[in-house]
Ligand binder design. Structure first.
Ligand code: GUN
Ligand code: ZN
Length: 647
């Protein structure tokens, strides 16, 4: 098996996953195939939807003598006539729905192996939402025991070990952590179907977050039984890679059509609000005139089109950097989902999510409502304002929102004020106070807010503003304000220097600007835009400022300076000895060669690459978090930009 991160956004990832039967791109949906009655054949699914992976049930095959014989003789792929990847479930869910099923946990794993399943599932103990903590704890213990007993029998099959623990976050995390110490390959989050059936999405979010916190980040995570596209984007943003859907068939049997915003009874629809091939071919009247079996099939196909289409949207959003925008849009279409999104406002969850949030994205941050203020990017900005930024002067002039970047919009006012007096210049922006010197930094310049803002957001902005400026005297700027100083200014502020120091501290850490820059400094600006481009210290090019996100790119000499002056492990990615010659030759760092990493580095941060003796090797850009670097076996961890290139 390989599993490798290719793109990322929020705590979600787009990965390449391979089994013996080919490649799968995640996030993805596994349609459920009932080997007794295939409403839509796997072949047809592949043709229509490009289905790369599906799931069927080994227990159903096992207890039907004819299917069992066929599967053992020619394999599960041939049984259902599909040459892509096949996952099998174990009978746990049947036991939850129909009561006791008499199955030996090891035997059903051996059976899945023997019929050639690509990913088999252990017989976990389904933890229901209403069970006591004690009962749930027993189920978790038994699930872990069964995982331990099953693993020696998996052979070449990948083994899925579901995380149980009912609605108890501690149990979920414990179960996840324990299973992650075993040689399991795939982690479904189980026991959540009743939560989804009852639209208990807040509880679902807590279950996912707790499981993810305990899980090995380098293994695929599957949300077991999640088939409604409404929740896909939120689950992906929290780090789920796979879903499975029997919903397409179940809903179709009830005459219900799935849409991105929810479900509609087909009979109630005067018009089909969809343009999938089915809805393009039939009018409602024509669909009504079909015989029931045919109509059910057509509705099932529509349901799959909508589900797969949502996954395409999610993969694009994730790649382009607007996954949170998509999550907020979807949440707006369902009150329970929007309630679930509010769970993420809790500080511990914000902290967890912030770790995964990329430093910079291809697209601007779009405001969709008060929830936007709790995005990890804004949480990070506020946190860093309080820990990495200090207002320099006793007086602060506060400006109203203007066009971005603010220092350009208010350039005349700024020049006039700074001639008179050294003051802090801050814009009261919707995402919080923005000091002029930070105004080009992602996402401050790369964000779009409506002109008028709701009360809740205004209050949040105000709180951050007051906290940041609590020790300074505030002057609210308007055309009539004149800033006079008592005596002529001896040392007027050099605004460019202030900008590069403030940005370096916000980007790399408090005080880093002192390590990076020196007294003898030359700032080169773009002739066309007037913006800072390159910074030369003592004749050496230390950093460039990127036009697209206003953040610094480290140059090799900048890396050397930081390495000399910042203590281990700050900004470092440590590589194993085997990788040293490759890094020196300018090659990128693969995750399996990383032996340590500064836990404060975030995806797409600039970093220093060092060997185990902390010898400086080069500089690059991280693609993974520390925990990911230390657990992934495949894929790149750092894209090397330059190295010391010596013998
Ligand atoms: N299908 C839906 N939920 C579950 C679960 O918790 N365990 C297993 N094995 N299958 C499921
Ligand atoms: Zn349709």
């Amino acid at each position: 098996m390989t599993f490798e991160i290719k793109e990322r956004d929020a705590a979600g990832r787009l990965c390449h996953f391979t089994t013996k039967h080919g490649n799968v791109t995640t996030p993805n949906l596994l349609p459920v195939i009932n080997p007794n009655k295939m409403m839509i054949t796997p072949k047809e699914m592949k043709k229509r939807f490009g289905t790369e992976i599906l799931i069927t049930n080994s227990y159903i095959i096992y207890k039907n003598p004819e299917l069992k014989k066929k599967a053992l003789e020619s394999g599960v792929h041939s049984l259902i006539d599909f040459d892509g990847s096949v996952m099998t479930d174990s009978g746990t869910f049947q036991s939850y729905v129909y009561g006791d099923v008499h199955l030996d946990p090891v035997e059903i794993v051996q059976f899945q192996r023997d019929i050639g399943s690509d990913i088999g599932t252990i017989l976990d103990v389904f933890g229901t939402p209403n069970q006591t903590k004690k009962k749930s704890e027993q189920g978790v213990q038994e699930t872990i025991e069964r995982a331990k007993r099953s693993i020696p029998h998996k052979g070449e099959m990948l083994l899925a070990c579901p995380v149980q623990g009912s609605v108890y976050p501690e149990l979920r995390e414990h179960c996840a952590r324990q299973l992650s110490t075993l040689s399991a390959d795939f982690f479904p989050i189980g026991g959540v179907v009743p939560l989804m059936e009852n639209q208990r999405y807040s509880d679902l979010v807590r279950c996912i977050l707790a499981a993810k916190q305990g899980l090995d980040p380098s293994k695929p995570v599957h949300l077991f039984g999640a088939g409604h596209p409404l929740i896909f984007s939120l689950a992906v943003a929290l780090g789920c890679d796979f879903f499975d859907s029997s919903a397409y068939a179940k809903y179709a049997n009830d005459g219900r059509m799935i849409f991105q915003w929810g479900t509609e009874k087909f009979e109630d629809l005067r018009e089909l609000p969809c343009s999938c091939p089915i809805c393009s071919k039939y009018s409602t009247t024509e669909l009504k005139e079909l015989d029931e079996k045919e109509r059910t099939l057509q509705i099932a196909l529509h349901n799959l089109y909508v589900s797969f289409s949502e996954l395409k949207i999610i993969r694009v959003a994730l790649t382009e950097g607007w996954l949170w925008e998509l999550v907020e849009q979807r949440a707006a279409s369902n009150p329970f989902l929007s309630e679930a999104l509010r769970v993420l406002r809790e500080p511990t969850h914000q902290q967890w999510l912030e770790q995964y949030e990329p430093t910079s994205k291809k697209t601007a941050l779009f405001y969709t409502g008060p929830q936007t203020m709790y995005r990890p990017l804004i949480f990070r900005y506020h946190t860093r304002l309080f820990t990495r930024y200090e207002p320099l002067f006793h007086t602060t002039v506060v400006f109203p929102e203007g066009t971005k970047p603010y220092s350009m919009f208010y350039s005349k006012e700024m020049a006039n004020i700074l001639k008179q007096k050294n003051v802090n210049l801050v814009v009261r922006s919707t995402l919080g106070p923005v000091p002029f010197e930070l105004d080009e930094m992602y996402p401050l310049a790369q964000s779009v807010f409506p002109r008028s803002i709701d009360q809740e957001t205004r209050e949040k902005t105000q709180q951050v503003m007051e906290r940041l400026l609590k020790d300074t005297e505030i002057i609210v700027w308007d055309e009539h304000v004149s800033i006079q100083s008592e005596e002529p200014l001896k040392h007027p502020m050099d605004f460019d220097r202030r900008r590069i120091s403030a940005v370096a501290d916000m980007q790399f850490g408090h005080g880093v600007s002192e390590a990076l820059f020196s007294e003898k400094i030359h700032i080169i600006k773009s002739k066309r835009t007037g913006k800072i481009r390159n910074i030369i210290c003592d004749g050496a090019h230390v950093v460039s400022m990127r036009a697209e996100d206003g953040l610094f790119t480290l140059k090799i000499d900048g890396g050397r300076r930081l390495h000399k002056r910042l203590k281990y492990p700050l900004l470092r990615v440590v590589v194993a000895d085997d990788a040293v010659p490759f890094v020196k030759a300018g090659k990128s760092v693969f995750a399996k060669f990383v032996s340590e990493c500064d836990p404060d580095l975030r995806p797409y941060d600039e970093c220093l690459i060092v060997d185990k003796q902390d010898m400086f090797l080069g500089i690059g850009r991280t693609l993974l978090t520390r925990d990911e670097m230390l657990s992934f076996r495949h894929g790149m961890a750092v894209k090397t930009r330059d190295s010391i290139r010596e013998e």
